[in-house]
Design a protein around this ligand. Structure first.
Ligand code: MN
Ligand code: MG
Length: 656
């Protein structure tokens, strides 16, 4: 019986090597470990490049130690990466923009993956951030298959007639050793998919070169072909998170419908930067967080930035030429725990399992040293600290600087065009404001010399500058969407959580050039994913432009980034038809040039919005422990530290 059609073998049963009456030979138990890394985002060396200090909780070098150890523990192991590896730290930008890749150069992430002997990988959406030419060069010397079934040179009339950018799947032929030392052949089919939205998100570089197709439709079409070609086990490398239960065309987080496809055995997931199994997915129909299954299929998602290694451990038997899975166990191992626990006894090294960490460390350290030298270069000066600790209380220096640079850039470029007659505004969201990315995820720039490091700390994303023509009505909705980041605050109640942690800071857009207040006593109009929950709810109060209320029909030029302008997050007034200005210059380069042009950057921490007081209420803001030194900047909220929580956030009680 093939793996795809499981039998009910007793889970705990151990099968000795026996002759069945039929004469078929049954193997002893075969232990197969599937390992996942995902969303590495160029976190290689354990280092926080924004703070310029070591961070042992992240990165591929330290993950390599876990991978080495995990390989020692079992006779059979395979290693996969699930995408979003190429972009995300100043290291990624350094290689793409400063050092560059010549033909034949090895990108350090590829070199490290070669050294770690990955069995296969798939592409995430961020692989396309630096353009196709760069991606081609970065992967040219990969010594492992790269699969991607729904990223296409050109779509055909059906998935199997598509012209693919990379092969849609690969068949890995391996020999697996059973507990008595005998070996048996297995064919493992590995298919990869990523959110089809990548062509919208990376429109500038992919337009005319890449098309995409729905992930579920694609996998459904290829699984029978993979089975026919001999796959005993089918693994989906899904650069996609766990989202809606029902399939809808081109859905972004499609793990549940993917797991429902007949013939799919295991899912490695990612993209949403979460952990699976984890209790946050309990109570979703079809998901078993104890067993780590989605629709009965073992599924893993191993965090982000190299925080965790994902493991699916299968016990299988080989019988009558076929494979059967007896049991599965899904776990994630975190670097933080590995750091915290005193070094566990290293398992006796097996001569046939080489230790790869030293080689990986060497590859990565070389680039790391070049990068820290580069990011310490001075660019300019600032007359005060610039941080994002209190952005949700309206203290917006970190975003204001980006907004000014963006607006200055657009204003110059449109000066002699028809667009110059429109009032110009600039919208920016804080790149780093705690949330699910943790207590270190805040911009924190000191007064004095501004280095390239500081610029990266203020603007993480490889976005480019764009502008949309929007109406006054769009602006009001845009701000309602952003103001939905807050929990509702009830009058007369103390210590209510201020922020909804599921609402990413990059959707907390702040429009500079307007003036407004946010009333937290009423419900949010939008859900975190952008769906409108309550069309009558309105938190934005006293919205004015140059001291006057805004006419809903008035037109404005709103500077933002390409990602947002083309519709990411579903903000009002965005989409291809609303984009009236775009440029290939990255926002970070615009920021660098803006700072370099000034002798001294002077930036106000008082932003365009304030929270309206809620009667007799206080709230808890989760911020950085480093915010302690800056409490005077929010004195009007009577801040009081309630100590540090288990995650490492400072819990700050504030009046609102
Ligand atoms: Mn990612
Ligand atoms: Mg992604």
């Amino acid at each position: 019986m093939r793996v795809g059609c499981r039998s009910n073998v007793n889970e705990a049963m151990e099968l000795p090597q026996v002759e069945l009456i039929s004469g078929t030979c049954v193997s002893a138990t075969v232990d197969l470990r599937i390992m996942e890394t995902t969303d590495l985002h160029m976190h290689l060396h354990p280092y926080d490049y924004y703070a310029d200090c070591p961070d042992p909780d992240l990165g591929l070098t330290r993950l390599a130690e876990l991978i080495d150890a995990a390989r020692q523990e079992v006779p059979n192991a395979l290693l996969f990466d699930n995408g979003d590896f190429l972009q995300g730290t100043p290291v990624g930008d350094f290689i793409a923009h400063d050092r560059g890749l010549r033909d034949g150069d090895l990108h350090p992430v590829t070199e490290a993956m070669n050294a770690l002997s990955y069995d296969a990988i798939t592409l995430g959406n961020h692989e396309f951030n630096y353009g196709l030419g760069f991606l081609d060069k970065a992967l040219a010397r990969a010594e492992f298959p790269v699969v991607s079934a729904n990223i296409l040179r050109a779509a055909g009339e059906a998935p199997r007639r598509d012209h693919h950018y990379k092969p849609p799947y690969t068949l890995l032929r391996r020999m697996l050793r059973d507990r008595s030392g005998r070996v048996y052949p297995i064919c493992i089919g590995v298919i990869g998919v990523a959110p089809p939205q990548v062509t919208i998100w990376e429109r500038q570089s992919l337009r005319g070169h890449i098309q995409t197709r729905d992930m579920v439709e694609t996998v459904r079409a290829f699984v029978p072909e993979m089975r026919e070609a001999g796959a005993d086990l089918v693994i989906v490398l899904a650069h996609s998170g766990i989202g809606p239960i029902r399939h809808s065309e081109n859905m972004e987080n499609a793990v549940i419908p993917l797991a429902g496809i007949a013939g799919v055995d295991l899912i490695l997931s990612g993209h949403s930067h979460q952990l699976f199994p984890s209790p946050i997915f309990a109570n979703i129909p079809g998901i078993d967080v104890e067993r780590g299954t989605v629709c009965g299929k073992p599924t893993v998602m191993s965090g982000f930035f190299g925080s965790h290694l994902g493991l699916i451990d299968l016990q299988m038997i080989h019988t009558g030429g076929c494979w059967m899975v007896l049991t599965s166990k899904v776990t994630t191992r975190s670097l933080r725990d590995a750091v915290a626990s005193s070094k566990p006894e290293a398992p006796a090294q097996k001569p046939h399992v080489p230790v790869r960490t030293p080689k990986v460390r060497k590859i990565i350290e070389r680039t790391h040293l070049e990068v820290i030298e580069n990011i310490r270069q001075p660019v300019g000066h600032c007359d005060g600290p610039i941080n994002s600790f209190f952005v949700y209380l309206g203290k917006t220096a970190a975003t204001a600087l980006v907004a000014q640079a963006q607006q200055d850039f657009v204003a110059r470029r449109v000066a002699k065009t028809e667009l110059a007659r429109l009032p110009i505004l600039s919208s920016v969201s804080p790149c780093k404001a705690g949330g699910l990315s943790g207590p270190r995820n805040f911009s924190n720039v000191q007064q004095g010399i501004l280095t390239l490091r500081a610029i990266s700390d203020l603007y993480l994303y490889p976005n480019t500058v764009a502008a949309c023509k929007v109406t006054g009505a769009d602006l009001a909705l845009w701000l309602e969407r952003a103001a939905s980041a807050y929990h509702r605050i009830h009058p007369g109640l103390a210590e209510q959580f201020l922020m909804d942690p599921g609402f990413p800071s990059y959707n907390f857009e702040i429009i500079f050039g307007l003036d407004y207040e946010i009333d937290l006593s009423v419900p949010a109009r939008f859900a975190a994913d952008g769906t409108e929950r309550d069309p009558d709810a309105s938190r934005i109060r006293n919205l004015t432009y140059q001291g006057a209320p805004i006419d809903p029909d008035a037109e404005f030029l709103l500077c933002t980034n390409s990602f947002r302008a083309y519709g990411a997050g579903g903000f009002a007034g965005t989409g291809a038809e609303r984009v009236v200005f775009e440029d290939r210059t990255t926002t970070r380069e615009v920021l660098r040039a803006f700072i370099a042009r000034q002798d001294m950057v002077r930036i106000s921490n008082d932003g365009p919005f304030r929270l309206q007081p809620v009667r007799d209420a206080s709230a808890i803001l989760h911020t950085s422990v480093a915010a302690h030194a800056h409490l005077d900047t929010v004195a009007e909220h009577a801040p009081e530290s309630l100590g540090v929580d288990a995650q490492g956030f400072m819990r700050l009680r504030v009046t609102v």
